[in-house]
Write a protein that binds this ligand. Structure first.
Ligand code: CTP
Length: 424
């Protein structure tokens, strides 16, 4: 009912007043590009602003990512189409959210959004949006350090809009919400507060921390859809300081509340091993999934789900693997597991099990026999299940070094065929 803008009084809210930026920092995403975007927007009848993360990072002197977030006060669809035309790129526009994306080469993106207010009908649901001037758009944002806008319109290029003292909070190194309802409107902001605080080495400001903890105590994050929770977790998994972030997420009981779940003891040690062995963000995410109470409602790609399930259900294989003496046994036990799961297990398991998994990945899984189906046909074996059995037996013998040459492989195949088509 209440928009984030009209709701409660804000924490330390200032007045919108453009402040000139003394000399644009060199990290500015190509000034030429921003001026061009500002000009195109002007031609489409709108002022334009660089907003969100890029402005924050630019003021901190941090390197900027490849995504540029532009807010326009009018005609986002027209601006987006004109930008896409200029670059010969694609533009996808979501009318309901008045936002669109121009996709450039090298997966760089320019997001073009209508400056808007967001109206939350209930906590934790996605908001309805309504066009407003830029100053009102900044009010709906999550934290003061993300509520900055850099004017890129031709005549006012370089003016910084900082109505919520974001620049001061950057200097004080704090993460602060704009108003007390922030975590109620959008409980994903608890994940975001932790992610930005850890990434930037900032503190969550005390009042903000109390509001965040109250929203967690009141179980508001539990109202989020699995999709929105997993989106936040994926972002965390892509961060260099993922371990520290996950420690904070678990300490604040965020995931416990989201999923009504207890933290398994092995989760953090495993994450630590993955993070310190430069595992990919996807591996870390799948590992995390393997601990969560996954249901059919979890929007997870098939391969990721299969990998997470294999990691989750590894206990049985682990016991048999610990007793395995022959390479062919290791092969048989690990062959059914998806490779992404094996890559994870090779880093998270104890030394001896991890060694067996690496042996499989690096050597056993690559072994091929020279006996082929057509050569078996040459031995008079008719196509059918026996084919596979003979080939498996020959492969096992090769893995265990019982046959080493192509001639020995063929001799073994011949013997197996004779002894009753490999059933033996
Ligand atoms: N935003 C918000 N509330 C959210 C998500 C986003 O207010 N739940 C606003 C913030 O102003 C944020 C901007 O939308 O800066 C863009 O969001 P996003 O791309 O997720 O964040 P960035 O700040 O760009 O962070 P990152 O550096 O991780 O890309």
């Amino acid at each position: 009912m209440a928009s984030s803008r009209d709701s409660n009084p804000t924490v330390g809210r200032g007045k919108a007043r453009p402040a000139s930026l003394p000399g644009l920092p060199s990290q500015l995403p190509s000034e030429h590009l921003l001026r061009l975007l500002g000009r195109i927007a002007r031609e489409c009848g709108s002022r334009a602003f660089l907003v969100g993360g890029p402005v924050r990072d630019m003021l901190l002197g941090l390197p900027l990512g490849t995504d540029i977030d532009i807010a326009v006060e009018k005609n986002p669809g027209r601006v987006g189409r004109a930008v896409a035309r200029h670059f010969g790129a694609r533009f996808v526009f979501h009318r309901r959210f008045l936002s669109g994306t121009v996709s450039l080469i090298d997966s760089a993106r320019i997001d073009i959004n209508q400056t808007r207010t967001e109206i939350y009908s209930r906590p934790a649901v996605l908001p309805e949006v309504k066009p407003v001037p830029v100053e009102d758009d900044l009010v709906r944002r999550d934290f003061t350090v993300n509520a900055l806008a850099l004017d890129i319109s031709p005549r006012t290029f370089g003016n910084l809009l900082d109505p919520h003292s974001g620049r001061l909070d950057l200097a004080r190194r704090i993460i602060r919400v704009l108003h007390p309802n922030s975590f109620t409107d959008d409980p994903t902001r608890s994940f975001r507060a932790i992610r930005f605080a850890v990434r930037l080495g900032f503190e969550i400001e005390p009042d903000t921390l109390s509001l965040m903890r109250r929203s967690i105590r009141n179980r508001l994050p539990a109202r989020l859809s699995p999709e929105r929770i997993l989106y936040e977790l994926r972002l965390i998994c892509a961060e260099p300081l993922v371990l520290r972030m996950m420690e904070a997420v678990l300490k604040e009981r965020l995931l416990q509340v989201c999923f009504g779940w207890q933290v398994p003891q092995t989760l953090l040690p495993g994450l630590q091993k993955l993070a310190s062995s430069s595992a990919t963000p996807d591996s870390i995410y799948v590992y995390l999934l393997s601990f969560l109470p996954m249901t059919a409602r979890f929007p997870i790609a098939k391969l990721e789900r299969a990998a997470a399930e294999a990691v989750r259900d590894f206990a049985g294989v682990r016991n048999r693997l610990a007793r395995a003496r022959r390479p062919s046994t290791v092969y048989r036990l690990l062959k059914p597991l998806p490779e992404p799961a094996l890559r994870i297990l090779s880093r998270t398991e104890s030394a001896s099990v991890a060694r067996a998994v690496r042996l499989y990945l690096e050597r056993l899984s690559r072994v091929r026999t020279s006996v082929t189906g057509s050569r078996l046909r040459g031995l008079g074996l008719r196509p059918g299940p026996a084919y596979r059995r003979v080939l498996e037996r020959v492969l096992e013998a090769k893995l265990d070094n019982r046959v080493t040459t192509a001639a020995e492989e063929m001799a073994l195949a011949r013997r197996l065929v004779k002894q009753g088509q490999g059933r033996g």
